[in-house]
Design a protein around this ligand. Structure first.
Ligand SMILES: NS(=O)(=O)c1c(F)c(F)c(S(=O)(=O)CCO)c(N[C@H]2CCc3ccccc32)c1F
Ligand SMILES: [Zn+2]
Length: 263
């Protein structure tokens, strides 16, 4: 599809020109408004299968001009959801070096420093993510709020390599690690709703699970994301910093947000 950015003439208010679903219903991200949350006792703790990757495993860390992506083997999967969902990749959304707020989802209007997404596809029904991408039961994304605060050694398993992927199209290999360490302790406390990809093509194909509790990274780690990366290619004359890669919150369209916690 066409090129898109987070601001300027190809920014989010123009996405629907080339990507019609971006102007449609059931879009993500959203604001979690306390008065619209409904406790659902049937929401089970999320179970992570095969998330503890061997150091012999090689993962690809890449810059695709929109985010920093880490490829994940499809052997990693989730249970405790309506179907089995296999991992595809994780990526991040962040703000800028002098405005360290860049999460996509917000809680009662509060935006967090950044947000990590672990993208999975319904492997019980679809052979790969490309076929699952535009199906209403195709994807499940885990969202993790990130706060700037205490240093987090788990994030340095890959953040220390971002200098090798400064520009769009660059990739490096990183050793496998226990991806569980990137997530908050409580996998039983989360927000749950039906939404979409937050980037073009914005397919309304995502079962969203956003964990209630944030994880923390240090300011130095945050700046590795928010001041070292470019959306432009290495050979381009004018380097474009990769900043503020988060979509604004979208209309609720009569959706209810379920929560697995009561307080
Ligand atoms: N916030 S989000 O979870 O909705 C989300 C993104 F925000 C995002 F940037 C990407 S992307 O691949 O980096 C670029 C545009 O697709 C994807 N990538 C998904 C969509 C397309 C695709 C194809 C293969 C593997 C993953 C993805 C994504 F699911
Ligand atoms: Zn995302």
């Amino acid at each position: 599809g066409g090129k898109w950015t987070y601001d300027g003439p190809d920014g989010e208010h123009h996405w629907s020109r080339n990507f019609p679903y971006c102007g449609g219903a059931f879009q993500s991200p959203i604001n979690f408004q306390p008065e619209l949350l409904r406790f659902d006792p049937n929401l089970l703790p999320i179970q992570l299968q095969d998330y503890n990757l061997s150091t012999k495993e090689q993962l690809t860390l890449s810059n695709n001009g929109h985010s920093v992506l880490l490829s994940l083997p499809s052997r990693m999967h989730l249970t405790g959801l309506p179907h089995r969902y296999s991992a595809a990749q994780l990526h991040f959304h962040w703000g800028s070096s002098n405005t360290p707020v860049g999460s996509e989802h917000t809680v009662d209007g509060k935006q967090f420093g950044a947000e990590m997404h672990l993208v999975h596809f319904n492997s019980a029904k679809y052979p790969n993510i490309s076929t699952a991408l535009d199906k209403s039961d195709g994807l499940a994304v885990l969202g993790v709020f990130i706060e700037v605060g205490e240093y987090n050694p788990a994030f340095d398993r890959f953040l220390k390599y971002v200098n090798g992927i400064k520009y769009n199209g660059q990739k490096v290999q990183v050793a496998g690690f226990n991806v569980r360490e990137l997530l908050p302790a409580r996998l039983d406390e989360y927000y749950r709703y039906d939404g979409s990809l937050t980037t073009p093509p914005c397919f309304p194909s995502v079962l969203w699970t956003v964990f209630r509790n944030p994880v923390s990274i240090s300011l130095r780690q945050y700046l590795a994301l928010a001041s070292a990366l470019f959306s432009s290619h290495a050979q381009e004359a004018a380097p474009m910093p990769l900043l503020g890669n988060y979509r604004k919150t979208q209309l609720m369209d009569n959706r209810v947000v379920l929560v697995s916690f009561q307080q």
